[in-house]
Structures are given as structure tokens and as C-alpha cells.
Design a binder for this molecule. Structure first.
Ligand SMILES: O=C(O)CCC(=O)C(=O)O
Length: 248
């Protein structure tokens, strides 16, 4: 992955993050959005601040994926391009096996969180339809101590300020891996307008496709869809699944 991606590295971030502003074409974006929106309604899980599709299926309670291929439209062209760049070469299955499709209306977002141990520490996110600012937070809040005076991980809260902000344009790819997966929290503010944009605050500013659009320092949120690709570590094959469900 290193050679092809080096020019896309977001160098100010503490861990590894890469941003490719024109990862898919406009025609591919249209086609992907048609696939997302034509999925049957039961495919969507309505959450309080966004809605979500989970492909090929939700993980079991023990964070296991029941083996099943991703649909073709989530594989080609995106996973082919990941292979060309070697993005998942070091992951246990050498390719993503799980995709979350998130849709955010203006005013919606996702609280600071981490993605946890079910996945190999690598996320590749393709953004569709509209830009959004992705916030990165320290896990520790300054001043959080336990009784012995040691720093402890702080609880995320709504007033917390992001340490870094990444602007994701439509049709872009954001890759976060390693310490950017394990050592920080990420989230998306619940706002109708992303503000204070510029080289001073957006850590991938130099990698943007269209800086001019954001030069005024703000934009109004529109509906934005993301495809987040991951490798689930534990996969149960069908035979094992039947045993797991009590079959012989
Ligand atoms: O929609 C996004 O870009 C981020 C989603 C996210 O934070 C997650 O799936 O953990």
C-alpha cells in the first residue's frame, strides 16, 4: 500500500490516515446511490440520529460474521481499487468483508466513539452525495485522573472539542488505520452547517479536490451517505454456523 498511497497521507495526524479526493467518478457515485436507495426498506435500521444498512449482515453477539459475500455493487469497482492500492493487504482476509452504509440528514451525526475489537484496525470510507467534517478526538480528556493520579480515558461528551478535523468531499476515500483506529475517537457533529473551515482547521486541506468551495469557511449540510469498509476478524463458515445454531 505504501507507494501508491504515500501522496495521499494526511501528515499532521498522529497515526496513519490517507485521503484520496476523487476515488470514484460522478457516474459511479450516481450508480452507487441508486443501489443504496433502491434497497428494500427492511434493509435500513433507523437510529435516532442517522439510518444504517449493514452488509452482508449484522455481527452476532460474539462479534462474528456469518460468512457471506458482499453484493456485487459493493465489490466492484471499490474493492478492486482497494486491491490495486494494496489497502487491505495486511488485513487477515486481505479484503474487506463487511460494509456499513450510513445516511445522515442535515443536523444528524454520530457521537465520538471507537470501532472496537471486532474488526482489523483499518477503515476505508467512501463518501457520497455531499461533504461532511469527520472529527477526531483524544481518548483522554486532559485532567481526567484516577484515584492514584494516573490519566484515565475520558468519557466522550457532546461539549468535547475535536483535536483534528478531516473534510470528506463527495466521491472521496478516507482510510484510517493503526493508531488512528486504536488511540483516538471519531465522530460527526450534529449540525446543519460545518463552519470554521480552512487550512488552519482542516487537516487534509491541501489534499482537497475543490478548496475554492470551502474558501468562504462554511457550507450547509446536505444528505450525505457513507460506505465504510472493514475486515471482521471472526468469520463463521456455513457448516460451523449450523453447529452454532444447534444443527448436526
Ligand atoms: O459515516 C462515516 O463516515 C463515519 C461512520 C462511523 O463513524 C462508523 O461507522 O463508525
Amino acid at each position: 500500500m505504501e507507494l501508491g498511497l504515500e501522496a495521499a497521507r494526511i501528515t499532521v495526524l498522529p497515526g496513519e490516515a490517507f485521503y484520496i479526493s476523487d476515488f470514484i467518478t460522478e457516474a459511479e457515485e450516481d450508480w452507487l446511490l441508486r443501489k443504496v436507495t433502491s434497497a428494500p426498506l427492511p434493509r435500513w435500521t433507523q437510529l435516532s440520529h442517522r439510518r444504517l444498512q449493514t452488509w452482508p449482515s449484522a455481527l452476532t453477539q460474539s462479534n462474528t460474521l456469518l460468512a457471506s459475500p458482499l453484493p456485487d455493487w459493493l465489490q466492484s469497482p471499490i474493492i478492486e481499487r482497494f486491491s490495486e492500492l494494496g489497502i487491505f493487504d495486511d488485513a487477515p482476509h486481505q479484503a474487506p468483508n463487511h460494509v456499513l452504509v450510513n445516511e445522515y440528514q442535515p443536523g444528524q451525526g454520530i457521537m465520538p466513539h471507537e470501532d472496537g475489537a471486532a474488526y482489523y484496525p483499518l477503515v476505508a470510507t467512501v463518501s457520497l452525495r455531499a461533504p461532511i467534517v469527520f472529527d477526531v478526538y483524544d481518548k483522554h480528556v486532559q485532567g481526567d485522573k484516577d484515584e492514584s493520579g494516573q490519566d484515565v480515558a475520558g468519557k466522550p461528551d457532546a461539549d468535547r472539542k475535536p483535536h483534528y478535523r478531516i473534510l470528506q468531499e463527495r466521491r472521496s476515500l478516507l482510510i484510517t488505520r493503526g493508531k488512528m483506529y486504536t488511540d483516538v475517537l471519531h465522530g460527526i457533529a450534529e449540525t446543519t452547517r460545518d463552519e470554521d473551515l480552512g487550512p488552519h482547521s482542516i487537516c487534509n486541506w491541501e489534499l482537497l479536490r475543490d478548496k475554492e468551495t470551502y474558501r468562504q469557511g462554511w457550507y450547509e449540510r446536505e444528505t450525505r451517505t457513507s460506505l465504510t469498509y472493514r475486515d471482521v476478524l471472526h468469520v463463521a463458515k456455513m457448516g460451523n454456523t449450523l453447529k452454532f445454531l444447534g444443527g448436526k
